[in-house]
Design a protein around this ligand. Structure first.
Ligand code: MG
Length: 270
């Protein structure tokens, strides 16, 4: 989501002063005027929360992984037939085997809805870097259309920890920053367990997620605290046990390819 915290204009400063300015500005990224995340000591998007340690992932892990026989292929590089937009057809660009966010056309989501699943997808943030922090290659994978696994160019791009690439947005930073360089293809392999409520709307079981980015576990059966949002506390609201996969239009031309899903532990369709 968008970070409204902006750096000032630094024109006219000498190089040394500019470097100092940048360090101070980067340290101030994030917020301290937001609520404390339940069960944690950090504010939502806390500027003091440590960024995940940086590691270099192996060159390839599941990039180009062919779908197993029981997988639903959600995007095979040819068209958006399995996706819809806010006002009907999905209007993102499709070319050369990938889809690309078409700024201003809105999020797209799968026609199908799923309960528990294994999801494979690949993404690339723009090779040409513009902006900083939350403005660089921002998109997101919304599980059940509600729980954002952040997509961001987090290669040497400081931002608040719970908004860096791989974060469960506003809740949990990834365990590691396993990001590749801008423009390079990266993989997410995600295992999601749906939340459940009783008939009275009481939460019986929260959602859990495991995420592997470029071969590196960045969330290990992590409890999701509720629907994700910008500067707000996570909150659960009851809904049927199934939901779509949604990809975010945050105004940056981030690309996706090779998206497939395997259903796990399907209960009866609502
Ligand atoms: Mg995002």
């Amino acid at each position: 989501m968008r970070n409204t915290h902006r750096f000032g204009v630094a024109t006219g400063l000498c190089a040394a002063a500019l470097a100092t300015f940048n360090l101070h500005a980067l340290a101030a990224e994030g917020y301290k005027d937001t609520p404390i995340i339940p069960g944690q000591k950090w504010h939502v998007h806390d500027s003091d929360r440590p960024m995940a340690p940086v590691i270099t992932p192996a060159e390839t892990f599941s990039l180009g992984a062919p779908p197993p026989s029981d997988a639903l292929v959600l995007f095979d590089g040819k068209d958006l037939a399995n996706w819809v937009g806010d006002k009907g057809a999905a209007r993102w660009k499709v070319e050369n085997g990938y889809m690309e966010v078409a700024k201003g056309t809105g999020a797209i989501r799968t026609r199908g809805a799923f309960e528990d699943f294994q999801l494979h997808l690949e993404f690339a943030t723009p090779a040409e870097v513009h902006g900083h922090s939350q403005e660089r290659g921002n998109s997101g994978v919304f599980l059940h259309g509600r729980y954002e696994i952040q997509v961001l160019d987090s290669f040497e791009n400081p931002t608040y920890a719970d908004g860096q690439c791989g974060a469960i947005y506003g809740q949990w930073p990834p365990l590691f920053n396993a990001c590749k360089k801008p423009g390079e293809w990266q993989s997410y392999d995600i295992v999601f367990q749906a939340p459940h409520w009783d008939d009275a709307g009481k939460l019986l079981k929260p959602a859990y997620v495991t995420v592997i980015q470029n071969g590196v576990v960045i969330h290990d059966h992590r409890e999701i605290l509720g629907a994700t949002g910008h500067r707000v506390l996570p909150k659960y609201s009851p809904y049927p046990s199934h939901g779509p996969i949604e990809l975010q239009d945050h105004g940056n031309p981030t690309r996706f390819r090779n998206i497939w899903l395997r259903k796990l532990n399907e209960s009866e369709q609502p």
